[in-house]
Design a protein around this ligand. Structure first.
Ligand SMILES: Cc1ncc(COP(=O)(O)O)c(/C=N/[C@H](C(=O)O)[C@@H](O)C(C)C)c1O
Length: 387
């Protein structure tokens, strides 16, 4: 359960047996032909996979490099999150669980888990910070329409970190009949490994599609935004064995480098522990997880996946920080040039691709467009206008 010095499972004693049971069930399922068959069926007929890789010719012409978009915004429920939520729901059913519990920030993981729960006839309990409930209102409505219970979290920063704390507490009291379905490649082992494996379908598809589009070539650059790191690990999984492909993770520089103004864990963080696992972490002077900010709710998490922490240390992935302003510019730019409205999280990766194009004309960049912007359009239009 380790990636170098990072990862592991530091659990309260009452959870150790439950996490051992989760790992055992997952190991069994991962080898079961029926499970893989059912997952393949769901991905094709329920999710609508494979999602396309689209050559963004207008954006490419404007930016000066060849920019390809892996369209996870077209995945059912509007983001990559469903790729691991359907897997987690199948695992829960295999374990005889009746309920799925999770946190959400941007609301996409919450929507995806509510979708999976409805599909499998399970209950769903989603913990969400009050700030995010306000900001991601369309996603709250969608979760409730699909029968999920949304639990407002009103303590502390009332955002993602508190939502995780609250969901974890609730799970502790009902671990026999529920599965805690973590929303990214974070948390105690086996979640970082399991979620990365469920997300790897993105990178595997994208590598094949890119080669079809370019007569057998590979992209020079692959880029994805990083909150907990699940969409990035899924995309990277398809290219990690190709040393000539440079992998790039983009974190939020938010409003700048001052503590509390960003969530660029890889740039400003140091090794620590959060939510039962070791990772790079943004901390305050007392060593507690620091307050963070991003225009994108899905990226404002002070920790980051242990596998990302390892890949940075190993030098296999370059991590960059992109601010709110550049992100907003990319949000409007993609909407205007391609008729594709990206999630604010995904717009961080698009912003990096545009910046890279400016410095490296003619290069080839594959972007993981992790989600669509429907959840963000009211907030953006109300706060910043339409262009
Ligand atoms: C469209 C979209 N793109 C990227 C992310 C960042 O999550 P990762 O891919 O796990 O780094 C997110 C994260 N969303 C989560 C959520 O919707 O609940 C996030 O807020 C938490 C699970 C961490 C997202 O919605």
């Amino acid at each position: 359960g380790y990636f170098g010095d990072f990862g592991g499972a530091f659990l309260p004693p009452e959870l150790e047996s439950h996490f051992a049971e989760i790992e055992r069930a997952w190991r069994q399922l991962a080898l079961s032909a029926d499970f893989l068959q059912e997952l393949r069926y769901i991905r094709r007929h329920y999710q609508g996979r494979p999602t396309p890789v689209y050559y963004a010719r207008n954006l490419s012409r404007e930016a000066g490099a060849h920019i390809y978009l892996k369209r996870e915004d077209l995945n059912h429920s509007g983001a990559h999150k469903l790729n691991h939520c359907m897997g987690e729901a199948l695992l829960a059913r295999h374990m005889g669980k009746k309920k799925l519990i999770a946190e959400t920030g941007a609301g996409q993981h919450g929507v995806a888990l509510a979708t999976a729960a409805a599909c499998f006839g399970m209950e769903c309990e989603i913990h969400m910070g009050e700030i995010d409930i306000e900001k991601e209102a369309p996603n709250v409505t969608r979760m409730k329409l699909m029968g999920a219970e949304v639990v407002p979290v009103s303590f502390g920063g009332r955002s993602l970190k508190e939502a995780v704390d609250s969901a974890f507490q609730s799970y502790l009291s009902q671990a026999d009949e529920a599965l805690f379905a973590i929303g990214s490649v974070v948390g105690p082992h086996p979640f970082p490994l399991m979620v990365r494996n469920f997300q790897s379908v993105v990178g595997i598809e994208a590598r094949e599609q890119y080669q079809e589009l370019t007569d057998g070539q590979l992209p020079e650059q692959v880029v994805a935004c990083v909150g907990g790191g699940s969409n990035a690990m899924g995309m990277f999984a398809g290219f990690i064995e190709d040393p000539e492909v440079q992998l790039n993770g983009v974190e939020p520089l938010g409003r700048g480098t001052e503590p509390g103004q960003h969530s660029a864990t890889m740039t400003f963080g140091k090794p620590g522990m959060l939510h039962g696992f070791k990772c790079m972490l943004l901390t305050d002077d007392e060593g507690n997880p620091a307050p963070v900010h991003s225009i994108a709710s899905g990226l404002d998490y002070p920790g980051v996946g242990p596998e990302h922490s390892y890949l940075k240390k190993a030098g296999r992935v370059a991590y960059h920080a992109i601010g709110d302003d550049e992100t907003l510019d990319a949000f409007y730019r993609l909407s205007r040039t391609e008729g594709i409205i990206p999630a604010l999280e995904s717009a961080h990766a698009v912003a990096w691709a545009v910046e890279h194009a400016r410095e490296h004309p003619g290069s080839t960049v594959l972007v993981n467009l992790s989600g669509r912007g429907d959840k963000d359009i009211d907030y953006v239009a109300r706060t910043f206008g339409h262009n």
